[in-house]
Design a protein around this ligand. Structure first.
Ligand SMILES: CCCCCCCCCCCCC/C=C/[C@@H](O)[C@H](CO)NC(=O)CCCCCCCCCCCCCCC
Ligand SMILES: Nc1ncnc2c1ncn2[C@@H]1O[C@H](COP(=O)(O)OP(=O)(O)OP(=O)(O)O)[C@@H](O)[C@H]1O
Ligand SMILES: [Ca+2]
Length: 543
């Protein structure tokens, strides 16, 4: 066997046919890649190509005549043996595709040796799922969930030898309830086909089930929740698909299916939301009061419009220009090195998330939860706000490719609390427009942003009600203001938008749980079209 630079031994090196030419193919276990190079590349064509083993989807023996490749005289001289390697090909904008390359040779033994060696290496990829539980919401987004799964995702899962149990949901909360009944521990992961609402259901089912099985009371806002190690995969088929976009970099079902197949893992912070010692919900993307709460409330009545409902209700809510009075108390996230005004954002293998996780674990070990939560300072802000947004991640989505807080981290144990104070319609529009371009949306005198680990909110209305009892006149006025969007006064409460679901209470207590759950995702990769993809396009010129 040949030696590689540095005296390393590759697992296999052979001269194999690829198209009409003979290539040197190397299975380099130490560098974890399959490489093939043309010893005599034609001029102006790069003759090197490689695929990381971690990004190989499957290997299959190939019936050569079925492939109908014209390889000239070789085909006539002997029976040829071939195998096809299916692998991830990276395209622009974080899009992944399944590509394949077929190698051939005359010796059957050599062909089998390659197939076996590649299969053995794939078997060693222990983070890959073998059995998945899939929930499909047939009514999410443009109602394409079932078609997307059957046409684009199921064939890839079957190619990668992943077995699935598929449930097509029949009602809201079907997936969540089901996760409390089935044996979740026999699965390597749960996949949801739908939007952020569907993801939220599956997340509530999984986190809730794990807490129940571990004897943790979710109603206790100070409880130390048990981490959920069963990963969730998201096949985007919703209206916003913000969680998918913010964790993979694109909302594309094939890309997400490939992230699941290769067994990627991205930990995610989760916020718990309580009211008066009662658990309300978990949130991973947006907890929004005011603007985003009002959009959601209005848009729920227009579900029949599909994803367009958000633009319609967004425009309407923008015109209504309601502001809300209330008090926010928050604990700054001192454990993390990042700031919401950073120019760099969270990327694959983010060192800020890793450091923050370590820091939090050390704090917990040293002081215990009581000290950490109880004794740290609370900062209090009172005011009139057009929007109060708490985001655990950037909340990037096709409508806003950099999101509500571009530098927010997926797994640093903190949320970015964005306060947009009462301002003119024109200023608020300038603020919104900056979500769609490169300008800094926090660079306004009426916008403040803090990185927090917990916060509480009480509306002025509920504070007054608690001290005086609800005055009947105010109640009537409230209804009037709700019915007349031109009235911008602050007499009514808004609604909290919790990852696309409304909350019943306006007074809430929120705490971020660092890395409470995990996704089949890689985080957003640095945007470089890598060497492998480049070489691939030149190979295609050759074949
Ligand atoms: C002039 C254009 C300005 C465009 C500004 C776009 C900002 C978009 C920011 C999107 C942030 C999404 C956060 C994610 C939230 C999800 O957990 C949740 C569940 O899926 N989705 C929504 O609540 C759904 C939220 C959907 C929000 C849509 C907002 C549309 C605003 C339109 C304002 C129009 C003003 C025009 C004035 C002439
Ligand atoms: N079979 C069903 N019938 C009715 N509602 C369902 C069904 N299955 C799931 N749901 C509910 O539909 C809600 C919305 O679904 P989903 O998130 O998939 O789409 P969306 O709201 O269009 O997208 P997004 O959340 O990205 O804005 C979820 O909260 C879920 O509880
Ligand atoms: Ca975070």
């Amino acid at each position: 066997m040949e030696r590689l630079p540095g005296g390393r031994r590759p697992r296999l090196v052979s001269s194999l046919g690829l198209g009409r030419r003979s290539w040197e193919v190397t299975l380099d276990e130490e560098r974890g890649r399959l490489a093939w190079c043309d010893p005599r590349p034609p001029r102006r064509v790069r003759g090197n190509c490689f695929v990381p083993i971690s990004e190989i989807i499957a290997v299959e023996e190939t019936e050569f005549n079925k492939k109908q490749r014209n390889i000239g005289r070789w085909q006539k001289m002997a029976k040829l043996h071939a195998f096809t390697v299916y692998y991830v090909k990276k395209a622009r904008n974080h899009r992944w595709r399944c590509s394949d390359v077929t190698f051939w040779c005359v010796e059957e033994h050599l062909c089998n040796q390659w197939i076996q060696a590649l299969k053995e290496l794939l078997e060693m990829q222990k983070s890959r799922p073998k059995q998945l539980l899939v929930y499909i919401n047939p009514y999410g987004g443009k109602r394409q969930g079932k078609r997307i799964y059957e046409q684009k995702v199921a064939p890839l899962f079957s190619l990668a030898s992943i077995s699935t149990d598929v449930v097509i949901t029949e009602r809201a909360n079907h997936a969540k309830d089901n996760l409390f009944e089935v044996n979740i521990y026999k699965y390597d992961g749960v996949v949801c086909v739908g939007g952020d609402g569907m993801f939220s259901e599956v997340m509530h089912g999984l986190i809730g089930r794990i807490q129940k099985d571990s004897g943790i009371d979710q109603n206790n806002p100070k409880a130390s929740l048990v981490q959920c190690n069963i990963r969730i995969g998201i096949i985007p088929a919703g209206s916003t698909d913000c969680i998918c976009y913010s964790t993979v970099g694109i909302s594309d079902p094939v890309t997400s299916a490939l992230h699941i197949i290769v067994g990627d893992c991205q930990p995610l912070d989760v916020s718990s939301v309580h009211h008066n010692n009662t658990f309300l919900k978990y949130s991973v993307s947006l907890l929004g009061y005011g603007f985003y709460g009002d959009i959601l409330k209005d848009s729920e009545k227009k579900r029949w419009m599909g994803p367009m409902r958000y633009d319609y209700s967004g425009f309407k809510t923008f015109l209504s220009h309601h502001y809300y009075e209330g008090t926010i108390a928050y604990q700054p996230a001192k454990h993390t090195h990042g700031s919401p005004r950073d120019k760099e954002s969270c990327r694959t293998g983010c060192h800020i998330c890793k450091k923050s996780e370590k820091q939090l674990a050390e704090q917990k070990k040293e002081h215990g939860l009581k000290h950490e939560e109880g004794e740290e300072e609370w900062k209090v802000i009172k005011g009139k706000f057009l929007a109060i947004n708490a985001v655990n991640m950037s909340c990037a989505c096709p409508r806003s490719p950099k999101g509500l807080s571009p530098a927010a981290h997926l797994a640093d144990g903190s949320a970015d609390l964005i306060l947009v104070r009462k301002c003119s319609r024109f200023d608020f529009l300038r603020y919104l427009v900056r979500h769609t371009n490169q300008d800094d949306q926090f660079d306004f005198p009426f916008v403040d942003v803090y990185r927090v680990k917990s916060f509480q909110f009480t509306s002025k209305l509920s504070e007054d009600n608690e001290s005086n009892g609800m005055d009947i006149g105010k109640k009537r006025f409230g209804q009037f203001c709700r019915d007349h969007p031109a009235c911008c006064c602050n007499i009514v409460n808004s609604t909290w938008n919790c990852d696309g679901e409304t909350l019943d209470s306006s007074a809430i207590e929120v705490r971020v749980h660092c890395q409470l759950m995990k996704l089949f995702a890689r985080g957003i990769e640095e945007n470089c079209k890598d060497e492998a993809a480049h070489s691939q396009s030149s190979i295609e010129q050759l074949l």
